[in-house]
Design a protein. Structure first.
Lengths: 349, 243
């Protein structure tokens, strides 16, 4: 058994997995990773089930020290990363030797990164999940966001061949929605505004909901409806007329009309849009949304087929490219040059 | 009667859920139909359906679009919803102790003033009610009850409170409810109960089910304090008076 000790970690970082299902009828929301694809990628790289528990790391940095060798993989929002001074790239597995520290900087061009650990995280599942839901007092080994001093028990790295993964190119295409369930509570003009406008995610957003900033969406009959069920991606519109996209820690029911719903295949993409960055919505048919959902499920299912062994003398070209943003030649094995020359040396400490 | 019922509306809630809406309003008949459909789906699971969430006037059905598409599921749901309700529905009845007023129900006096009554009359009206769990939602164990007497209908507070205590018993609009965890609320706080409708490491974790009948009984602050200590160790406190 090895351990991973949290030396420092920013807020909004917690253990998350695929989520807990079956108790929404009692008001218990599933929680789980805000970007399911990134969670699945990180887990696949270390040989775990796609939705095993991993560390979801918020926009700020983190430092973790291994006690015993620990094999890990990073996916999701890119950021500077190194292990004891050696640069680490995303979307590949890597082993942290006993006593070494993994240092992560601020997220760049995204919000959440996932650190998966070979063998998963040891904990006591509640409703089949370790996912943290602080409001409900759930989550294991800690029913709250991670903090300095926490220690996660995990498997001892077994010396497996390191893997990288080839993923389809990412896209910044508009976030797709289907209308409903309460689009008939809005005038046509509000629906047009939702689709025709640029939106920004407010800095006050969290895992419960992403608050959007943009034009005011008017209601036809006021902003109160009899509370009904919510889903991840519900675009509810409160009295302010500024929509809130409900996220994995949402309330299971709500009393604001929901003009549209983000399609499941685009939820992770929306979750990764940094606060303040403009984006757009596009309405699609139910048929298209469900075709995309099936495609997304297919991608998740076939992630293991995309693994490639990392050569033992691999120079980690990705990390060199990542670090080489200012055009300087940097060494992938000497992190001193790497940090100094990175144009985004925004470390936590 | 079943023949005259209008079919529910199927409202898309993204690509992986559909809201089966029986009414736009709080309506007892609609709530019965929601619970009947929920029970029918529990008895005869529909392939691809992962979870159902009953609310006042609609049933939210979560499903896996890889297994079943919107159109096929919609047809099945409409067929199930048109079935006549079962003649006999077993209903559990709970008696839940409440300490009303004072520090435990800080809005009781104001509610009495607003309704031209004494605090004692407000408590008497609330205790006299025969309630049913119409839905559980928002946060774990938050139980919304139907059956509030019209003489206690009161608009919600202008300014919702950001934090109200665990176990709060409150009224808002035409509803009353049992709030399990501390949290925000715009309702009027009448009292508190030691009953935990949600408690980890207790079997069952969730005490109430949608459809359960509920009555309240008034207890004093001393009894509440004793019950609260007992509840902390996993005792139900709520009394199951019929099932």
């Amino acid at each position: 058994m090895s351990r991973l000790r949290v030396i420092s970690i920013g807020p909004a970082s917690s253990v998350q997995d695929g989520g807990r299902f079956g108790a929404q009828r009692y008001g218990l929301v599933p929680s789980g990773a805000i970007d399911r694809l990134a969670l699945a990628v990180a887990n696949t790289l270390v040989g775990n089930d796609a939705f095993a528990a991993a560390i979801e790391i918020g926009p700020f940095g983190a430092k973790l020290t291994a006690r015993g060798p620990v094999r890990v993989a990073l996916a999701g929002a890119p950021r500077n990363a190194d292990i004891a001074g050696r640069a680490v790239s995303f979307d590949r597995s890597i082993t942290i030797a006993d006593g070494e520290t993994l240092t992560l900087g601020f997220a760049r061009g995204g919000s959440f990164s996932y650190l998966a650990i070979e063998g998963g995280i040891l904990g006591e599942p509640m409703f089949g999940s370790l996912a943290v839901n602080a409001r409900a007092g759930l989550g294991s080994p800690y029913p709250r966001p991670l903090q300095a001093g926490d220690e996660l028990q995990t498997a001892t790295a077994g010396g497996a061949i390191e893997q990288r993964i080839e993923l389809p190119a990412s896209t910044d295409a508009p976030i797709r929605v289907v209308w409903g369930p309460q689009d008939d509570e809005f005038p046509e003009q509000s629906k047009q505004l939702l689709i025709d406008s640029e939106w920004k995610i407010s800095a006050t957003s969290d895992r419960m909901g992403y608050r959007l900033e943009g034009p005011v969406l008017k209601h036809l009959y006021g902003h109160n409806i009899v509370s009904d069920g919510t889903v991840n991606g519900s675009l509810q519109v409160p009295g302010s007329g500024q929509p809130i996209v409900l996220m994995p820690d949402r309330g299971t029911s709500g009393g604001y009309p929901k003009i549209a719903t983000v399609i499941s295949a685009d939820l992770g993409r929306l979750a990764q849009i940094p606060a303040g960055q403009a984006f757009r919505f596009r309405a699609v048919s139910m048929a298209e949304a469900q075709a995309e959902a099936r495609k997304f499920a297919g991608l998740l299912r076939t992630l293991p087929d995309r693994l490639r062994a990392v050569e033992s003398i691999d120079l980690d070209i990705d990390a060199m490219h990542d670090a080489n943003v200012a055009g300087h030649a940097v060494s992938a094995v000497d992190a001193a040059t790497w940090h100094a020359r990175s144009s985004d040396a925004s470390e936590l400490d | 009667m079943a023949a005259t019922r209008s079919p529910p509306r199927l409202l898309p809630s993204g690509d992986s859920a559909v809201t089966v809406e029986f009414s736009r309003n709080i309506d007892d008949d609609a709530n019965w139909r929601v619970l009947a459909l929920d029970r029918a789906m529990a008895a005869e699971p529909v392939k691809g359906v992962t979870e159902t969430v009953p609310t006042y006037r609609s049933l939210l059905v979560h499903y896996d679009p890889v297994t079943i598409g919107f159109d096929e599921l919609g047809e099945k749901l409409l067929a199930l919803a048109q079935r006549p309700a079962p003649a006999v529905v077993r209903t559990r009845r709970w008696r839940i102790p409440v300490v009303y007023g004072g520090e435990h129900g800080i809005d009781l006096e104001d509610v009495a003033k607003a309704l031209n009554a004494t605090p004692g009359e407000i408590v008497a009206r609330h205790v006299a009610g025969d309630y049913r769990v119409a839905m559980i939602g928002f946060t774990p164990g938050w139980s919304y009850l139907s059956g509030l007497t019209e003489s206690l209908h009161l608009p919600r507070r202008q300014n919702p409170r950001l934090l109200t205590p665990a176990g709060t018993i409150s009224i808002g609009g035409v509803q009353t409810g049992i709030q399990c965890l501390a949290g925000p609320s715009g309702w009027h706080l009448l009292g508190r109960t030691a009953v935990r409708t949600y408690q980890l490491h207790r079997d069952p974790i969730f005490l109430l089910e949608p459809g359960d009948a509920v009555t309240f009984v008034s207890v004093d602050a001393k009894v509440f304090a004793e019950q609260d200590r007992a509840a902390e160790t996993g005792e139900f406190i709520a009394e199951l008076v019929a099932s």
